[in-house]
Design a protein around this ligand. Structure first.
Ligand code: PHE
Length: 349
C-alpha cells in the first residue's frame, strides 16, 4: 500500500515493534501509578495504538494475518510485563519510604554487652598458667577411661576398699567415666617412659555425688613430677609456690597426713584462710586454714605399673578440685551456680 518497499505485513510488524520500544521508554521513567495507567490505555486500551494497528489487519490478505497476530501478541505481552515491572518498582520505592520514616535515626543505639570467660574457665586458666610457669607440661586424656588407667595402675585393684572413695559411673565392667585426672598421669608416664616427667593434667571428671558442694561432673587439675631424686621437700616447695601464685602472695600452706592409694606418704594440703589470713573466721570455721589439695609421694606400686623402677626414681603428685578453688576464691556457696548459665551470676566475673 505504502511506498516504503516493504511488503505490507512486514511493515505492520515493524510498526508494532516500534510501539513496544516507545512504550518501554515511556514506562521506564513513569513516576506514578497514574502515568503507568495512562501508558497502558495509550498502547493497550480499546482505542490504543496496538489495537488500532490490529484493526487495520482486516485490510490485509488473510495469509499474512497470522504472522502479524503473532508479533502483536508478543508486543502486548512485552508491554504488559513492562507495566508490571513499573508497578513493582513504584511499590518498592513506596515501602522503602515507609521504612525510612519508621526508623528513628535519632534514637540512641543498643549497647552490645561484652562477654567474659566463665569463672571456672578463668580458674582453670590461672592454675594452668601457674603450673606451666613451674615447668609442667599440659596433658589431656579421655573422659571415658579404662579400669587399668583409672584404678588398677593407680594401686586400686578390683575389690580394693579404696574404690569406695570414688563413687564411679560405670559404662561396663572395665570401662567408666574417669573419677579423677590421675589416669592421665598413668598415660603420660607410659608415653614418656624416661624421667624427668613434669605433667599437668586438666579436665572434667565424674562421680556419683551431688549436693551444694559436689557435682556429678566437675574439674580437676593435677601435677606430677618424676625424677631420680625428688623429695617431699620438693613437693612442699612446689605447693607453697603454687598456692601463693594462684591465691595470694601471703597464702601459707599446712600439710596433714592423709591417705591415697597412689601416694605414700600422702597429705591433705590446707592454705591459710584468705578471708582472715589465718586469724580464724566463719569461712575457715575458726581454724585459720582451708583444705584445698590432695598430694603425696608417688607409691612404688604405681611406678611398677608404668614400668619404672621405684628404686631408681621418685616423684610427687598433687590434685586440686577446680570448682572448690573457684568457690573459695569468689565466695560462692552453691556449686550448681557454675552450671546454670544464669547471666546474672556469670556477669559478676
Ligand atoms: N586423684 C585424687 C582424687 O581425685 C587427688 C590426688 C591427686 C591426690 C594426686 C594425691 C595426688 O581424689
Amino acid at each position: 500500500m505504502h511506498g516504503d518497499g516493504l511488503p505490507e505485513a512486514s511493515r505492520v510488524q515493524q510498526e508494532l515493534k516500534e510501539l513496544a520500544k516507545v512504550a518501554e521508554g515511556d514506562l521506564k521513567d513513569a513516576g506514578s501509578r497514574e502515568k503507568i495507567e495512562a501508558t497502558r490505555v495509550h498502547f493497550l486500551g480499546k482505542k490504543g495504538l496496538v489495537s488500532k494497528i490490529l484493526r487495520q489487519m482486516g485490510d490485509l490478505p488473510a495469509a499474512e494475518r497470522p504472522s502479524i497476530g503473532l508479533v502483536a501478541n508478543e508486543v502486548r505481552d512485552r508491554i504488559e510485563a513492562l507495566i508490571d515491572e513499573g508497578i513493582a518498582r513504584l511499590e518498592n520505592a513506596q515501602r522503602d519510604l515507609v521504612l525510612l520514616e519508621s526508623i528513628d535515626v535519632t534514637l540512641p543505639g543498643r549497647r552490645q554487652r561484652m562477654g567474659a570467660k566463665h569463672p571456672l574457665t578463668q580458674t582453670i586458666e590461672k592454675i594452668q598458667d601457674v603450673l606451666k610457669g613451674l615447668g609442667f607440661d599440659l596433658a589431656f586424656g579421655p573422659e571415658i577411661e579404662h579400669d587399668f588407667y583409672n584404678f588398677e595402675a593407680l594401686n586400686v585393684p578390683a575389690h580394693h576398699p579404696a574404690r569406695e572413695m570414688q563413687d564411679t559411673f560405670y559404662v561396663d565392667r572395665d570401662v567408666m567415666l574417669r573419677t579423677h585426672t590421675s589416669p592421665v598421669q598413668i598415660r603420660g608416664m607410659l608415653a614418656l617412659k624416661e624421667p624427668p616427667m613434669r605433667i599437668a593434667s586438666v579436665g572434667r571428671v565424674y562421680r556419683r555425688d551431688q549436693d551444694v558442694t559436689h557435682s556429678p561432673v566437675f574439674h580437676q587439675v593435677e601435677g606430677l613430677f618424676v625424677d631420680d631424686k625428688v623429695t617431699f621437700a620438693d613437693l612442699k616447695g612446689t605447693l607453697a609456690s603454687f598456692v601463693s601464685q594462684v591465691f595470694s602472695p601471703t597464702a601459707r600452706i599446712r600439710l596433714r597426713p592423709s591417705y591415697f592409694p597412689f601416694t605414700e606418704p600422702s597429705a591433705e594440703v590446707d592454705m591459710s584462710c584468705f578471708a582472715c589470713d589465718g586469724q580464724g573466721c566463719r569461712l575457715c570455721k575458726n581454724t585459720g586454714f582451708i583444705e584445698i589439695l590432695g598430694a603425696g609421694m608417688i607409691d612404688p606400686e604405681v611406678f611398677k605399673a608404668v614400668n619404672l623402677d621405684p628404686e631408681k626414681v621418685s616423684g610427687f603428685a598433687f590434685g586440686i578440685g577446680v570448682e572448690r578453688v573457684a568457690m573459695l576464691k569468689y565466695g560462692i556457696s552453691d556449686i550448681r551456680l557454675f552450671y546454670e548459665n544464669d547471666l546474672r551470676f556469670l556477669e559478676q566475673f
